[in-house]
Design a protein around this ligand. Structure first.
Ligand SMILES: Cc1ncc(COP(=O)(O)O)c(C=O)c1O
Length: 382
C-alpha cells in the first residue's frame, strides 16, 4: 500500500509515537492539576515540557501561552468565537478550509462582517486585494499558511506586517505547514497560531492547540468553561494561562505522543523534512509533465507550495481515478472538495473536485514512480 494522503493525516507517525501512547496508558495516564500524588506531578511536568517544545517550534517566548485543544478545528472555533463580536469585521481568503469558513459563517449570522480576499486561478493570494479589504472595523485576518487543496503557500509574513500596520490581529491556521515550514509568532507578527498534532507534527489525532500573544490570551473569551483543577472555589474560569482556556481533562496520551514527535522533528530538522518532501514533489512534478491526460492545479513551481499535487483528469471522472488508484494499485489519495469548496471554486474545480496526492518525508522515490506508472496506465498511456 502507498499512502499519499498526508494532508489529511500523516502516516507513519514519528518513531516512538505508538510506544508513547502505550507507555503512558500502562504507566498511568493521570490527570494534571488534580491529583496530590507524584504520578500526577510527573504528568504535569510532561505536559509542561510539551508546551515548551511547541513554544520553541513556533518561536513563542512563554510556554504558558500554549493551550492544548482537541484539534485544529476546536482551536479555530475557540479563537474566532473568542475574539469576534457583532459589529466586528473579519477578513479571510478564498483558499480556506471549512474549519475557518464554517465558524465564520456562524459568526456572520450573529452580525460579524466577513470579507474574502481574492486569490488567482493558481490559488496565489492577491495581497493588494487583502489589504484593500482591511478597514477600521477589521478585528482580525484569518488564513492558512498553506492550502490543503493545492498546497499553495500563503504570504503570512507579508500579511502579518500589513495587519501590524493596520491594527488588525493575525490568526494563522498551520494545519499544512507545521512540522515542515518554519513559523515564527514574533517574526511573522502572528497573534494566534492554531496547530494540529496529527498532520505534519506526526502525532495522533485528538490533540492540537493554540499559541497566543499575551494580549490576546487575556482578551479571548473562553469557548468552554469547566474544571481546571485550579481556583476551584470560583464559578468563573481562572485568569491564569493556560488554565483560563483549558477547561476539562486534556488528551494526556496524545500530548505525551506529541512531545515525542516534537523531539523527532527537532532532531531531524525542519529544513531536512522540507528538503526531502520537495525532492519527492519535484520527482512527481517532472513525471506528471510527461503524462498528457493530467493537469496539476495550483502553482507550477514546487517552491511555491507544500508537498501536494492536486490532479485533474479532464477526460476522466476524478472520483473514478481515485477509486482505481486504490483498488488496482493500492495507492491512497483523496478525491473531492477537501472541505474547502471556495478554494475549489477559485481553482476552477468546483464541483468535480481533484485527486489530491499529498506526500510525507517518509514516502519514497519508488512510491512516486509507482504512482506515475499507475497514472500512465489509467490515462491510457503506457
Ligand atoms: C488547512 C486546514 N485547516 C484546518 C483543518 C482541520 O483540522 P482538524 O480536522 O485536524 O481539526 C485541516 C484538516 O484537513 C486543514 O487541512
Amino acid at each position: 500500500m502507498i499512502y499519499f494522503d498526508n494532508a489529511s493525516t500523516s502516516h507513519p507517525k514519528a518513531p516512538g509515537v505508538p510506544g508513547a501512547v502505550r507507555d503512558i496508558l500502562e504507566r498511568g495516564s493521570f490527570n494534571i492539576n488534580r491529583g496530590s500524588y507524584s504520578g500526577a506531578y510527573e504528568i504535569s511536568a510532561l505536559v509542561f515540557e510539551a508546551r515548551e517544545k511547541i513554544a520553541a517550534l513556533f518561536d513563542c517566548p512563554d510556554a504558558r501561552r500554549v493551550v492544548f485543544t482537541g484539534g485544529l478545528t476546536h482551536s479555530l472555533n475557540m479563537a474566532l468565537k473568542g475574539l469576534l463580536r457583532p459589529g466586528d469585521q473579519a477578513v479571510t481568503t478564498q483558499m480556506e478550509h471549512n474549519a475557518v469558513i464554517r465558524p465564520l459563517a456562524q459568526l456572520e449570522a450573529q452580525g460579524v462582517r466577513v470579507d474574502f480576499a481574492r486569490s488567482g486561478p493558481d490559488g496565489r493570494l492577491d495581497l493588494a486585494d487583502l489589504e484593500s479589504k482591511i478597514t477600521g472595523r477589521t478585528r482580525l485576518v484569518v488564513m492558512s499558511q498553506a492550502s490543503n487543496v493545492c498546497g499553495v503557500i500563503m504570504p503570512v509574513r507579508e500579511v502579518g506586517a500589513i495587519c501590524r500596520g493596520r491594527g488588525a490581529l493575525l490568526v494563522v491556521d498551520s494545519a499544512q505547514s507545521a512540522g515542515v515550514l518554519p513559523v515564527s509568532m514574533s517574526r511573522d507578527n502572528i497573534d494566534v497560531l492554531a496547530f494540529s498534532g496529527h498532520k505534519g507534527l506526526l502525532a495522533p489525532q485528538g490533540v492540537g492547540g493554540l499559541v497566543l500573544s499575551q494580549e490576546i490570551a487575556d482578551e479571548m473569551v473562553p469557548l468552554l468553561a469547566g474544571g481546571t483543577g485550579s481556583h476551584s472555589h470560583r464559578a468563573e474560569m481562572p485568569a491564569e494561562l493556560p488554565d483560563r482556556l483549558e477547561a476539562g481533562t486534556l488528551n494526556i496520551p496524545g500530548i505525551a505522543a506529541l512531545s515525542v514527535a516534537l523531539d523527532y522533528i527537532a532532531k531531524t530538522g525542519l529544513d531536512k523534512i522540507y528538503a526531502r518532501e520537495m525532492a519527492l514533489l519535484n520527482r512527481l512534478a517532472d513525471g506528471l509533465r510527461a503524462i498528457p491526460g493530467v493537469r496539476v492545479a495550483g502553482p507550477e513551481n514546487s517552491a511555491d507550495k507544500c508537498a501536494v499535487a492536486a490532479l485533474d483528469f479532464p477526460a476522466l471522472d476524478n472520483a473514478l481515478v481515485a477509486a482505481r488508484l486504490d483498488e488496482e494499485y493500492g495507492i491512497m489519495t483523496r478525491c473531492g472538495l477537501h472541505c474547502a469548496p471556495s478554494a475549489h471554486k477559485t481553482l476552477g474545480t468546483f464541483p468535480r473536485g481533484l485527486v489530491r496526492s499529498s506526500l510525507g518525508h517518509k514516502n519514497t522515490e519508488a512510491e512516486v514512480d509507482e504512482f506515475l506508472r499507475a497514472l500512465r496506465q489509467i490515462t491510457g498511456g503506457s
